[in-house]
Design a binder for this molecule. Structure first.
Ligand code: ADP
Ligand code: TYD
Length: 216
């Protein structure tokens, strides 16, 4: 495979990422969209970050578990980017080359936010490393925008929430929400912002409309 992942124009693959704060409903919506597109006869690869390939899942365990101070912000950027590189090489790249729809629960925008914003201003480092090692963005990024208090209570109501990141609390959620909205404003051609403070089915309808537009 190429060292870089150039967007392809000769196949019908579509790369969609879901972004948003913890508990905004990304995983729920990503799953529903995958089910819907499969029911319409499309081949869909539903995946997530960190993870999505064997090696990247191993890195996920390193990065999400343990002491919050286990890694410096810089080391975290390297680990998340290493996981993403493996995920691109082994899962996302081949699926797009085959013309499939790839739905990814979080992608590089999460690194731009969580590592680039939360512990000092490391955004430039994230972008430089992304340019060197990943070299492509999703075709479409669905940002599920969410009131941070509701997001946090939803995330805390879920099983298995004792990750290094979800312990960071409401203040971080508020900064992440603002950061995601700013990112969406930076790249309006790629982002679609959807209000997540509504019933699951209502949110899903908007997601479906946005994706249908991209697939026609
Ligand atoms: P994320 O992947 O963004 O962290 P999830 O999809 O895992 O969010 O949702 C977090 C929790 O909130 C889950 O228990 C899920 O069932 C619930 N949930 C998701 N979307 C909604 C919604 N629109 N309204 C109410 N609860 C929701
Ligand atoms: P996960 O359990 O998948 O949570 P969620 O359902 O909210 O997506 O854990 C992912 C955590 O990893 C989440 O708190 C955000 C964090 N993360 C980063 O800090 N940087 C990244 O690049 C990615 C992809 C995730």
């Amino acid at each position: 495979m190429d060292r870089q992942f150039h967007p392809r124009t000769d196949v019908s693959g579509l790369f969609v990422s879901f972004e948003g704060i913890d508990g905004s409903g990304k995983s729920t919506q990503a799953r529903m969209l995958a089910d819907q597109l499969r029911a319409e006869g499309r081949t869909v690869v539903l995946t997530r970050e960190p993870g999505g390939s064997d090696g990247a899942e191993e890195i996920r365990n390193l990065v999400l578990n343990g002491d919050p101070d286990r890694w410096s912000a810089e080391t975290e950027i390297l680990l998340f980017t290493a996981a993403r590189r493996d995920h691109m090489e082994r899962t996302i790249g081949p699926a797009l080359d085959a013309g499939h729809v790839v739905i990814c629960d979080r992608f590089a925008d999460s690194t731009r936010m969580y590592q680039g914003l939360s512990r000092g201003d490391l955004r430039a480092l994230v972008d430089t490393l992304h340019g060197l090692m990943i070299g492509r963005e999703p075709d479409l990024t669905v940002l599920i925008d969410m009131d941070p208090e509701t997001g946090l209570s939803r995330a805390l109501g879920r099983e298995g929430i004792d990750t290094r990141f979800e312990g960071f609390g409401l203040d971080l959620q508020q900064r992440m929400r603002a950061g995601f909205l700013a990112l969406a404003a930076e790249a309006p051609e790629r982002f679609r912002v959807i209000d997540g403070n509504r019933p699951v089915e209502t949110v899903a309808k908007d997601v479906s409309t946005v994706i249908a537009d991209a697939l026609t």
